[in-house]
Design a protein around this ligand. Sequence first.
Ligand code: ATP
Length: 465
Amino acid sequence: MAMKKEENSKMEEIISLTKRRGFVYQGSEIYGGLAGTWDYGPYGVALRNNIKSLWWKKFVTDREDMYGLDAAILMNQNVWKASGHVSGFADPLVEDLKTKKRYRADHLLEQAGFEVKGLKPEQMDALIKEKLVKSPDGNPLGEVRQFNMMFKTYIGAQQSDDSISYLRPETAQGMFVNFKNIRDSFSPKLPFGLAQIGKAFRNEIAPRDFIFRLREFEQMEIEYFVNPAEWRQQFDAFYAEQYSFLTDSLGLNPSKIHKVEVPDADRAHYSKHSVDTEFDFPFGQKELLGLAYRTDFDLKAHSEASKVDLSYFDEETKERYFPHCIEPTFGVDRLMLAVLSDAYTEDELGGEGEKRVYLKFSPKVAPVKVAVFPLLKNKPLLVEKAREVYQMIRKEIPATMFDDNGNIGKRYRRQDEIGTPFCVTIDFDTIEKDNTVTLRDRDTGKQERVAIGDITLHLKEKLLK
Ligand code: ATP
């Protein structure tokens, strides 16, 4: 979609900052890149790990009804036949008849100003013909057809129909096929859930918007099994939990978060009710998370196809049935982009009328929580003291870094750009006068002097806020 100038430039700033500072690099960059793939550098990995561990804590460790899992990416092809992905996991594709470039039909229609929510591929086709919608290069378009997004591969040395496998397009199926294993090992009673974090792959027709639409990405998903009578209550409870994860755990701005009921025609083939959480990204309001009521679709389908009984005997009601499933699903990369774009801030604190750029991360997600510097790097006494303070703080706050690169102004700028909430500077007063250090707050730029003996506790209290 054509971005407005201002939005466009904000995305460009974010892309360039995250590259410059070691968060995100273009995949295979030295060979010209590979569309739909990005690589994460040290701060990117740290940010993602924070997002993932906050998620795991909230949804797995802090609950008694969740079971963690890490299933294989490659699965028996029958999994994807039974789940409906081989026949139905597709996006509407349309081709520019002249250039042969391919586009998502819904995206082209959206760009041309049409409402596409709820439209079936044949309706998109009719709309393109009726309104003579052209490609971005101004050429006529062909028929809209469904394009299956699974990456196909072959297992072993034989390339035959029997050796086909797919890179999983969602982590969910790993949980359905392990439903029985978890029941056998732990005998959980309903309601209970399985949770996992892992890579998923989709051959998106048009990957775009930086790390928003990728061909290789990471999901955090829960399959929560319930008695069908309870589905609505559990569904609403998970919506509230998803919301509080975004606001309380990640610190996202609530005014940018929107609840959107998914119309019937747009729901995935397995879902009876879906609510998306959309977010105001710099390029517009787009899906960040999903919540779907998958009913008993998957367990039933896998029971039939595998001939392994995945039904459940309910001791309370004395009934046997297939549990129904509520699926909250999160994309790590989209969350990372939401966190980055929400945190991206410019102000006038750069000094001498210069603008300052900083990432206003919540301390919980910030890759580096505290940076410690000596005021000057060529004064051994300052460096030695700064190292001592650094080692002391690091014992209690592991994400602390030592920084003596460049002058102090450059260090503040760097730490602001990677979103470090607090910087601690050791100067001559520390050594010659009063054993205090300067503590600088990222957001206000304000500095205060704190005694070395109090600094770690003081920082811990501030980081918890
Ligand atoms: P979209 O409509 O944007 O293609 P979707 O509705 O197909 O997304 P789901 O199938 O619900 O997405 O996937 C669950 C979550 O996985 C999404 O909410 C999103 O966070 C993430 N996700 C899906 N596709 C991609 C992708 N191509 N790149 C990055 N993240 C993705």
